[in-house]
Design a protein around this ligand. Structure first.
Ligand code: NDP
Ligand code: DXP
Ligand code: MN
Length: 401
């Protein structure tokens, strides 16, 4: 997907980059608009898309004045259209309309949450756009499809996920053959030091309190179970073409070192900074340029000490499940992801316990055994549906939370 880590030549045009922000009302989407507002000469937000929250989308569209605003939920079309009447913003609805926004954007910021983002990521890759990828689930589920689409169209994925942005920045200019290992840092989440015997009692409110990052609910719960790091291992595999045996994870509670590349000569490179997603978002927009910006700087004397410890597979089995899925290949990561999406939603609803999340994931992963393949979007959707069914069935069979 990133076959050539040599920086591309400077952009021939000085016109602003035309950017589509998919998932614009979420945590990454809102921060993307903040970054874009810093660079009116360099970035033009051409289109915005959200899931169902038409009020937030309408507010953004009135402020940013894109050419188009699209809402995935067709039931929200009329109120969105009415809210934007007279603004000149073209309004559409439906998943296909979201994916179609990729067609005339130079950069597509893929910031939809969950597998719902796969079709639009794939559309961006097929269109040959730069894909500024936050939606890690796209690669977890459809990494092979996205890679093939990029190879065919010449599209390049520039990661937004903080760890992968760090790896990307460390890898640019390096020969892939000189890379020994990728090391993803993990904050360890809110339960890093919590005793295993209390894990059954973890509440959604506790899981939603990430120590270092303010993010959407799904990725925040994933961080608490460390499934986020598992998904990120799979994401790194597809982005950088590195096998699971050469992708490690280390818990680093301060989230200052965003990830590390170890080279064959014993040297390591890391990328550091305060935990602020606006920096990797900006890198994905500006690459290969760097644009001066007022983002918070690291205060070095105050930043230390920096700690690094091995993850605990007993308390965080989701990380192991993700490695298992990556090693199994085929439909396994798609099943893992779908079951995890069900498990997180049920945990947030109070229907299952925190410790049930890996149980539901394991149950859903059985969908991969019966899967008829993972080579098309249709096949992946079938695996996704079956894994959701198995995870939901497992949730029903558990003791009430
Ligand atoms: N937040 C962060 O700091 C980080 C996030 N990421 C990844 O980025 C992605 C987005 O995360 P985050 O911003 O936190 O999530 P949020 O939940 O904050 O936002 C999700 C966005 O996706 C939209 N959306 C949902 N379904 C659809 C759909 N079918 N079509 C179009 N838009 C849709 C939502 O709109 P609506 O509300 O209307 O449904 C919302 O705008 C995730 O994959 C996450 O793992 C990665 C690194 C850091
Ligand atoms: C900001 C970002 O990239 C998140 O994916 C972050 O990594 C979550 O923190 P954890 O390290 O706790 O999963
Ligand atoms: Mn991350």
């Amino acid at each position: 997907m990133l076959p050539d880590l040599r920086p591309p030549p400077p952009r021939p045009s000085s016109a602003p980059r035309e950017v589509a922000v998919l998932g614009s009302t979420g945590s990454i989407g809102r921060q993307t608009l903040e970054v874009a507002a810093l660079f009116p000469e360099r970035v033009r937000v051409r289109s915005l898309a959200a899931g169902a929250g038409w009020e937030a989308l309408a507010e953004q569209a009135r402020r940013v004045r894109p050419a188009r605003a699209v809402i995935a939920d067709e039931g929200a079309y009329v109120p969105l259209r009415d809210a934007l009447a007279g603004t000149g913003v073209e309004v559409a609805a439906g998943d296909d309309a979201v994916a179609a926004l990729a067609a005339d954007a130079e950069v597509v910021v893929a910031a939809v949450v969950g597998v719902a983002g796969l079709a639009s990521t794939l559309a961006a890759a097929r269109a040959g756009a730069r894909v500024a990828l936050a939606n890690k689930e796209s690669l977890v589920v459809g990494g092979a499809l996205v890679a093939a689409a990029c190879a065919e169209s010449g599209a390049v994925v520039v990661p937004v996920d903080s760890e992968h942005s760090a790896l990307f920045q460390c890898l640019v200019g390096e020969d892939p053959a000189s890379v020994e290992r990728l090391l993803l840092t993990a904050s360890g989440g809110p339960f890093r030091d919590r005793p295993a015997r209390t894990f059954d009692a973890i509440t959604p409110a506790e899981a939603l309190r990430h120590p270092n990052w303010s993010m959407g609910a799904k990725v925040t719960v994933d961080s608490a179970t460390m499934m986020n790091k598992g998904l990120e291992v799979i994401e790194a595999h597809w982005l950088f073409g590195v096998e699971p045996e050469r992708i490690g994870v280390v818990v680093h509670p301060q989230s200052v070192v965003h990830s590390v590349v170890e080279f064959v000569d014993g040297s390591s490179k890391a990328q550091l900074g305060v935990p602020d997603m606006k920096v990797p978002i900006q890198v994905a927009l500006s690459y290969p340029e760097r644009w001066p910006a007022p983002h918070e700087r690291l205060d070095w004397p105050a930043a230390g000490p920096l700690d690094f410890v091995a993850p605990d597979p007993e308390r965080f089995p989701c990380l192991t499940l993700a490695y298992d899925a990556l090693r199994a290949g085929g439909a396994a990561p798609a099943a893992l992801n779908a079951a995890n999406e069900v498990a997180v939603a049920r945990f947030l609803d109070g229907a299952v316990r925190f410790t049930d999340v890996p149980r539901l994931v394991e149950a859903g992963m059985r969908a991969a055994d019966a899967a008829g393949g993972a080579g098309t979007l249709g096949a992946l959707r079938a695996v996704d549906a079956e894994a959701r069914r198995l995870a939901a069935e497992a949730a029903r069979s558990l003791q009430p939370a």
